[in-house]
Structures are given as C-alpha cells and as structure tokens.
Design a protein around this ligand. Structure first.
Ligand SMILES: *Cc1c(COP(=O)(O)O)cnc(C)c1O
Length: 359
C-alpha cells in the first residue's frame, strides 16, 4: 500500500535549483543570479554577535526593519509584509488572494516559482507567452483576464529574459484590469534596472489601490542564503499576508542583516554599479562578436539559443561556465566576478560557433 497523498502534486515539477559545479572543478556558478561579492563585513560581524541568541524566537513583527522600509518608501508600516525570501511572499500573495480554482496569471517564460506556487495553492496558472523580444505582452495578458483571475504577476525586469515593461504600457494595462484583481510587480532585480522608461513598482503602488510590490534582499543586497524579502501591499492584503506566513519564518539574523544592508547602502551601491558596468561590457563584447541578444536590465544575460540550447550549454560547461539552461528555449547567465565575466564572453562566442544555428 502506498501512502495516500495529494494527487495533484504528481503534475507539479519540483523547483529546480541552478546547477553547482563540483568542488574540484575550475568553474564559475552563474546559474542562480547570486551576488558574486562576499557579505558586507558589517553584516558578518553583527551576525556573529546575534548567534548567541538563536535559542530565542525572532520578533515576528520585525519593528526595526519594517520601520526603516516604511520610512524609505513613505508608506504605512501596515502595508509591509515580510517573508523568508520574496518567493515565500509570492506564495503568500497567492494564498491571500485566491480561492481554489481561481486563476493566477503571469508571462511565460518567467520566474519558475510562479507555476509551482500557483499549483500548490490550488489555483490555476494562466501563462501568457512573452513577445518575440522576450518581453511581457501586456495587451495579451489584459485580454486573458477572466472572472476567475485573482492575481497577476508582472516580473520586472523579467527573469530569465532581462526585459522591462515600460511605465506607459503598465498604465494602459491597469486601465483594463478590474479593481478586484491584485497586480503584483515582482522587482527582484530592480536595483540593476536603470532603464529610463521602466515601470517603477512603488509609483504604481501609490497610484492604484490594487497593486503590490515584491522586493528581496537576495540579489542586489547579497543575502540569498539568509532568506528575506517583503511585499508592500494594500493594507487588507498585507494583513492576509501576515496570516498566511509561516510563524517566525523570518529569523532575527535575517532581519539584522537586512537592517544593516539598508544602513550600508552606499557600499552596496558601488557593487551594484560594478555589476551593471560588467553587464554592459559583456553585452557589448558579445555583440561585437556578432552574437544577437536583447539588452538586459538585471544581473544576468539571456541567450535566445532555441533548439541549440542543450548543445551550447554543454560547451559552456566544458569551458567552466555553469549557467541556467531552459532546454529548447535559451540560456540565462548571471553576471559574476570580473574573471567570470571575462570567461563568459569567450566561452559564449566559442560555444555558439561550435553549435551553429540551422539556416
Ligand atoms: C530571485 C528571485 C526572487 C527572489 O527570491 P528570494 O526568495 O527573495 O530569494 C523573486 N522573484 C524573482 C523573479 C527572482 O528571480
């Protein structure tokens, strides 16, 4: 006899983590959009002291961090809801807004966690294809809204294609979205986005009563291992986010590190600027070699390798670049340290030559 389990889980893929090279391999892990810089010394020093208190539960209200965020964004503290990574908060948003069978819409391809979280919540994913340039097709998304739609994710910049939605397009989209539908702007990569026309989540939060913004400390702030992110959401939604959260999911260590990151933002900004510069250099070097790719506004690039994806990915691995391949679609490569980025350029150029496109 097998143990009775939830049948619908059979159809749900497990979240696939970016691959890690073996310990002895000379390779760069560029598959998870992690920050290549080590944690700030202010953070590691404070966490060492905090370790002496891990016998205690954290303060679930995280008053210091919530207060800082509220002040920074000029919002009521009640609009802020924390989670163990913004991926947890994304799940809470689905749990907070959907009844069984309701629809959660997002572009595809986009963040891999969206369909999984949606299925697990008992809701129905509605995946609207990206346009030919790998960008959100907001007109098609507006047209796909039904009476069952509860939530729409807009991933800006989009993971894995790095494209942005412009502000005017999101305004036009919002004009077509019923007020009962929550639109969540996932800005995991917002710090790397310097596109002048891009939609800025907080502008939309301030102007529309049915918009929430999702932020994380994992990427630009380099705290992926500590698991902390948050939503800024309409007060009634934020309250339900707190109800759907795992109690004490956000540790005191994570709260402390997040506070220190905000306090040391100038130091982090230097790193962010470096990563943006490295991205610009890498894209220019690839284009100079004849590689076609879209501008990226995040801390990764996207290669639209289509049918060649598996072959190109194998060549990259052989050259020491561990990227994130979506077979049949393309390859996402995180911007890493300077030596890693120098290797990406030469490895990609060689890999594409080894696996030429069919003409
Ligand atoms: C990395 C990422 C997140 C953040 O994940 P955390 O749980 O905060 O580490 C959220 N959304 C997108 C689109 C991402 O790529």
């Amino acid at each position: 006899m097998t143990i009775a389990q939830r049948t619908s889980l059979q159809a749900i893929p497990a979240y696939k983590q970016g691959a890690t090279p073996g310990e002895h391999e000379q390779a760069f892990k560029l598959s998870s959009n992690e920050n290549p810089f080590p944690p700030l010394s202010a953070v590691t020093t404070a966490l060492a002291a905090e370790l002496g208190r891990i016998n205690e539960y954290p303060n679930a209200a995280a008053p210091e961090l919530v207060g800082m965020l509220a002040e920074r964004f000029g919002v009521d503290p009640g609009t802020i809801a924390l989670g163990a990574g913004s991926v947890e908060v994304a799940g809470q948003l689905i749990h907070a807004t959907t009844n069984p069978g309701d629809e959660v819409m997002f572009a595809w391809r986009s963040f891999e966690a969206y369909p999984i979280l949606t299925h697990v919540a008992g809701a129905v994913p509605v995946m609207v294809p990206l346009d030919a340039a790998g960008a959100h097709d907001l007109e098609a998304m507006a047209a796909a809204i039904t009476e069952r739609t509860s939530l729409v994710f807009i991933c800006n910049p989009n993971n894995p294609t790095g494209t942005v939605v412009d502000s005017a397009a999101v305004d036009a989209f919002m004009a077509k979205v019923p007020a009962r539908v929550l639109v969540v702007i996932d800005e995991a990569y917002v710090h790397f986005n310097v596109h002048g026309e891009s939609a800025i989540g907080m502008d939309f939060f301030r102007r529309y009563p049915n918009v929430a913004v999702l932020h994380t400390f994992s990427k630009a702030y380099g705290l992926a291992g500590l698991r902390i992110g948050y939503a800024i959401a309409p007060p009634a939604v934020a309250e339900n986010l707190r109800k759907t959260a795992v109690p004490f999911g956000v540790t005191a260590l994570a709260q402390r590190a997040a506070v220190l990151s905000l306090e040391n933002e100038p130091e982090l900004q230097v790193r962010i600027d470096t990563l943006i510069e490295e991205r610009t250099k890498l894209v220019a070097a690839l284009r100079e070699a004849g590689v076609e790719l879209e501008d990226s506004h995040a801390n990764f690039i996207w290669l639209d390798t289509g049918e060649r994806t598996a072959a190109v990915d194998a060549s990259l691995r052989a050259a020491g670049i561990w990227a994130r391949a979506f077979v049949g679609e393309g390859i996402r490569i995180s911007i890493g340290s300077e030596p890693a980025n120098a290797l990406i350029a030469s490895a990609v150029i060689a890999a594409l030559q080894e696996s030429p496109a069919h003409v």
